[in-house]
Design a protein around this ligand. Structure first.
Ligand SMILES: Nc1ncnc2c1ncn2[C@@H]1O[C@H](COP(=O)(O)OP(=O)(O)O)[C@@H](O)[C@H]1O
Ligand SMILES: [Mg+2]
Length: 259
């Protein structure tokens, strides 16, 4: 594989080992995502995929014991979540949080205020929100509801996609954005990804078992994680191979390597 020019490289994870409490989860993980590229991260349940996403986002639940994370030419290994978000990182969570008492609109305004590069004040904010809500088939009354409380899985996903389109990050990590969603909600996710790509040509790291949302995307690299190790990397064709043959080959190879 040819190495991307330094200026093309957006995220570079080098030899990262990470733990939660006493539990070592990630072992010597190295991977990189170039500007505007689409990468897919696959692996059996419990492999450490979500952990890698959280570690890149700087979640305080995890400790990076070794290695470095560089994003947009800056070492962010010990940066906080907010700084990473301002630098252009975004992650959509498998289980989004509920914040009772905070209306969605206040929440969105607070996030926008933290990203002063966005230039979305006053009328421009309103106009952009209205535009995105229309793109995602969202009723404007959503804005007055408490954040995620009583929202269905599909509605929560729409709100995350709204955030994605509002923030236009340089890299969006989508963690099992498709799990448990019905066909209509999957369609919204696909449309949001297409709108994100066409509005800012942002990069994507998609964690998924589901090929439906990958169908219309041109995948640059696929990474396979087993037991906290990245064990294989390949083209977009690897997604089809895994869907056909499962993870058996990778698990056997990982076990052989670890003996
Ligand atoms: N905050 C945490 N505390 C303790 N164990 C965790 C924590 N987060 C993840 N784990 C454990 O780390 C392993 C990898 O989890 P996860 O990254 O969620 O896997 P995946 O997303 O690939 O299904 C699992 O064994 C999980 O139980
Ligand atoms: Mg997960």
């Amino acid at each position: 594989m040819t190495k991307a020019n330094e200026s093309d490289e957006l995220l570079s994870v080098s030899h990262v080992s990470a733990s939660a409490g006493d539990k070592m989860i990630l072992h010597d993980v190295t991977c990189s995502v170039g500007q505007g590229q689409i990468h897919v991260l696959m692996g059996p349940n419990g492999a450490g995929k979500s952990t890698l996403g959280h570690v890149v986002m700087g979640s305080s639940a995890y400790t990076v014991n070794k290695g470095t994370i560089v994003f947009a030419d800056k070492d962010i290994t010990s940066a906080g979540v907010d700084a990473r978000s301002r630098a252009g990182l975004f992650m959509s969570f498998q289980s989004p949080i509920e914040v009772p008492g905070v209306p969605l609109n206040s929440f969105l305004k607070a996030i926008v205020a933290q990203h002063d590069n966005l230039d979305l004040k006053g009328k421009r904010y309103k106009k952009r929100i209205a535009e995105i809500m229309q793109q995602l088939d969202m009723d404007p009354s959503y804005l007055n509801r408490e954040l995620n409380v009583g929202f269905s899985g599909g509605e929560k996903k729409k709100i995350e996609m709204l955030q994605l389109l509002l923030l236009q990050p340089k890299l969006a990590i989508l963690d099992e954005t498709d799990s448990g969603l019905d066909v209509d909600a999957l369609d919204v996710v696909s449309r949001a990804i297409a709108a994100y790509r066409s509005s800012c040509d942002g990069a994507l790291l998609i964690i998924t078992h589901n090929t439906r949302i990958l169908r219309d995307l041109s995948i640059d690299r696929t990474h396979v994680m087993v037991n906290g190790h990245l064990v294989a990397e390949g083209s977009g064709l690897l997604v089809n191979e895994i869907n056909h043959d499962g993870y058996g080959r990778f698990i056997a190879e990982a076990e052989a390597d670890q003996q």
